[in-house]
Write a protein that binds this ligand. Structure first.
Ligand SMILES: [Zn+2]
Length: 376
């Protein structure tokens, strides 16, 4: 039995999301999957169980449940910090593609670091008064369970949003509706959103877009030899309205971590795609002129790990993840520093976000850097 979300189910999911972030959803009471055998999913459960004990400030909820054939897996969200819409918020997502377990591991490692510091780190307590942190370490638990990129319905969640590319996309990789047996499948043309996609959209609505300033980091792996930080658009080669903000963010990253190795760029410089979830949510956020919503995708360059250990090529898991332990630890260390930077950038956005003339200057420099100069 696979999960196909019809209109009623989607409505149920939306209703279920109205529950406040506290404990588990009533429908899941007693049905918590505590041991899946999938390391990342079990880690999320462990953090929730540990955080739920005694006023730690760690809130969790189940966004929906996904049928993976062998049982139902909860899609978990965890939140900390100040929920006041006046303070900035940042959402950190991983595991959208079930094969890319290193993305989920990076999110879990960062979450674990924060939760463990709650006990003694007074600086962190002060930071959490000024920012809302929301984590979804495993957006696609069914895909993680099955070790597939797509969800159990064969749909690529990063191609599932109702958004068509404006220009030509690469065959297959840009998203298609040919067959769920092929990677990058978008879902049937009239099908409702997949449960995971709908859950992320609702969570972003509830937890991020209500804040005047919010950011997203979505952690992936598998593209190229460099670690890349991508910002929208993916559905068109045109620049986003918040190009100046992206450029200013890169500037403080360069100043703060002068030896960082990230390639920071619009995703459209690499390839265009249909159905990009973050483009879709960014466009929705633009409808509220007084809000700023900056979604970023971390693409960890797995080809370097393969080059250093070519045997990884013989394992589907190895193409997307570092298999050697010291390399995995180095990956976690490097990106934890960046995630920490990003939460600080969210907290302090009012001090680096350019306004007036400075904003126009950043826009012009961004156009030169990423789009070959100013438009006519
Ligand atoms: Zn991915």
């Amino acid at each position: 039995m696979t999960l196909r979300v019809d209109v009623d189910q989607a409505a149920t999911i939306r209703r279920s999301l109205r529950y406040p972030l506290a404990g588990t959803h009533p429908a899941c009471a007693g049905a918590r999957v505590t041991q899946t055998g999938i390391h990342e999913l079990d880690e999320v459960e462990r953090i929730i169980a540990a955080g739920g004990s005694g006023g730690s400030g760690v809130e969790s909820r189940t966004l929906c449940e996904i049928d993976c054939g062998a049982g139902r897996l909860p899609l978990r969200a965890i939140a900390l910090g100040n929920p006041d819409p006046a303070v900035p918020a940042i959402g950190i997502f991983g595991g959208v593609h079930g094969l890319e377990t290193i993305g989920a591991q990076v999110v879990i490692a960062f979450l674990e670091s924060i939760v463990s510091r709650l006990r003694w780190d007074t600086t962190l307590h002060r930071q959490l008064e000024q920012v809302r942190l929301v984590f979804v370490p495993a957006v696609n638990p069914g895909g993680m369970w099955q070790r597939t990129r797509a969800n159990p319905n064969g749909v690529d969640l990063m191609r599932n949003a109702p958004l068509e590319a404006r220009e030509r996309v690469p065959f297959l990789i840009g998203g298609h509706r040919l067959s769920p047996r092929l990677p990058w499948y978008r879902g049937a043309v009239d099908a409702p959103l997949e449960a995971e996609t709908a859950a992320v959209c609702q969570l972003v609505d509830d937890e991020l877009l209500g804040h005047r300033f919010s950011m997203v980091i979505d952690c992936h792996s598998g593209f190229g030899v460099n670690d890349r930080i991508w910002f929208p658009y993916a559905h068109t080669a045109l620049p986003i309205p918040h190009l100046a903000e992206m450029h200013a963010l890169l500037e403080i990253l360069d100043q703060t971590h002068s030896h960082h190795r990230y390639v920071f760029e619009p995703q459209s410089r690499q390839y265009l795609a249909h159905g990009d979830l973050w483009d879709y949510l960014y466009l929705r956020a633009l409808e509220q002129a007084d809000r700023v919503f900056l979604p970023l995708t971390l693409e960890m360059g797995s080809w370097l790990w393969v080059r250093k250990n070519p045997r990884q090529l013989f394992s589907r898991h190895g193409i997307f993840n570092p298999l050697i332990e010291h390399r995995r630890q180095r990956v976690l260390r490097r990106h934890l520093a960046w995630l920490d930077f990003m939460t600080r950038a969210a907290s302090g956005h009012a001090l680096w976000r350019p306004v007036g003339e400075a904003r126009e200057l950043h826009r012009q420099r961004a156009m030169q850097r990423w789009y070959g100069g100013l438009p006519p």
